[in-house]
Ligand binder design. Structure first.
Ligand SMILES: C[S@@+](CC[C@H](N)C(=O)[O-])C[C@H]1O[C@@H](n2cnc3c(N)ncnc32)[C@H](O)[C@@H]1O
Ligand code: SF4
Length: 363
């Protein structure tokens, strides 16, 4: 039974130098047509399930002008919600206003995810961000004043020439914001981004690993659980929506370039805005086979501290996880830990997760 929905809003007020998400410069006319097409997609594809998590991502949902922002929530009111709905909206510093926060409160939004990325003005400029850290402080204070407590903040680290001292300062800054969830991403230089075209490269692997360890040590000693490769949360604040993905459960994906997983089929809508507003979603479809589904269960499950649930694995695939993969060389070393309810990767191997996952593909 589907219990989650993702909704993509592909507009931003500025475009960042590193970003390869489906997004366009904000344009009111396009945004209006986009919401018409989104409403149509929801009408045509939503089958009326009660949703337990809703996630508005982008792009930047908060970049919409207030009338369109407000209309978006009216459109989404056709989605049925459980009383314990977790409703997240991605926002960025420049476009959060008191008026938009009040509108979100009124429509049941109870979690905000805010891109902060760095506390250093020169680094923020390099990333194409247009605020300074004092504005971050003011915005987080406003968000809290408006009654939001479940807040996530994103950090990007491993920038070219970034020093460990700078990262330490960024972490201190994030901690000083006193929010219960932090996401930390190593900078990826994606094809076709400004940074790629300017010839930038990702930093050396060993420095990246040192930074990863430093983030883990600092945040865990500050009371956060490192519950997923890139995510840290205080007790009770893990993102329930993202856990749906990592637990390999089904979810709706509405909007441009949005991915979903329904009735055993994974799909990704077109990234062409003109096609999407014409109602042509042209999804790329991947039908799950038991083998593909099992590989996804492993690739996603091993990202989490909770690991792969023994019970879910057996119920879905009719076999015990350990017996199924008994022949792999991984069991000889303490790579995989067995808990009462799950199998998980020992924390010290998280950094080399991809090398471990290779063993399970096509096995
Ligand atoms: C859709 S964006 C966040 C929402 C909002 N548009 C913003 O930028 O504040 C999601 C997050 O992904 C991360 N991200 C995007 N591109 C990345 C890249 N190339 N390398 C590392 N992190 C990236 C950033 O931390 C960003 O905040
Ligand atoms: S990082 Fe966020 S604000 Fe920047 S271009 Fe990407 S989606 Fe837009």
């Amino acid at each position: 039974m589907v219990k989650s929905g993702y909704v993509h809003i592909p507009f931003c007020r500025h475009l960042c130098s590193y970003c390869d998400f489906a997004k366009f410069y904000y344009n009111e006319t396009w945004a209006e047509s986009y919401l018409d097409a989104l409403e149509k997609e929801i009408k045509e594809t939503y089958r009326g399930e009660v949703l337990d998590t809703l996630y508005l991502g982008g792009g930047t949902p908060s970049a919409l002008s207030f009338p369109l922002f407000s209309r978006l929530f009216t459109i989404l009111s056709s989605l049925r919600r459980s009383p314990s709905l977790e409703f997240t909206v991605e926002c960025n510093i420049e476009s959060i206003t008191r008026e938009k926060l009040a509108c979100m409160k009124e429509h049941g939004v109870n979690r905000l995810s805010i891109g902060v990325e760095s506390s250093h003005s020169d680094r923020l400029r390099f990333l194409g961000r247009t605020y300074i850290k004092e504005e971050v402080r003011e915005t987080i204070a406003l968000v809290k004043e408006m009654g939001f407590t479940n807040i996530n903040v994103d950090l990007i680290y491993a920038l070219p020439n970034e020093t460990l001292e700078e990262l330490e300062e960024d972490l201190s800054f994030l901690l000083s914001l006193e929010v219960p969830h932090l996401s930390t991403y190593s900078l990826m230089i994606e094809d076709h981004t400004k940074l790629f075209l300017k010839g930038y490269h990702e930093i050396d692997d060993s420095l990246d690993a040192t930074m990863y360890q430093m983030i883990h040590d600092r945040l865990v000693s500050s009371g956060y659980q490192h519950y997923e490769i890139s995510n840290f949360a205080k007790e009770g604040y893990a993102s329930r929506h993202n856990l749906t993905y990592w637990r390999n459960q089904e979810y709706y994906g509405f909007g441009l370039g949005a991915s979903g997983y329904l009735l055993g089929v994974r799909y990704t809508n077109t990234r062409s805005l003109t096609q999407y507003v014409r109602g042509e979603r042209n999804p790329i479809i991947e039908k799950m086979t038991p083998q593909l589904d099992m590989e996804n269960e492993i690739m996603l499950g091993f990202r989490m501290m909770e690991g792969i649930s023994k019970e879910r694995f057996r119920a879905k695939f009719g076999k015990d996880f350990k017996e199924r993969y008994q022949s792999l060389p991984l069991w000889k070393e303490p790579v995989i830990e067995e808990t009462e309810t799950s199998y998980r990767i020992s924390y010290s191997y998280w950094y080399v997760l991809n090398e471990i996952l290779v063993h399970f593909i096509g096995e």
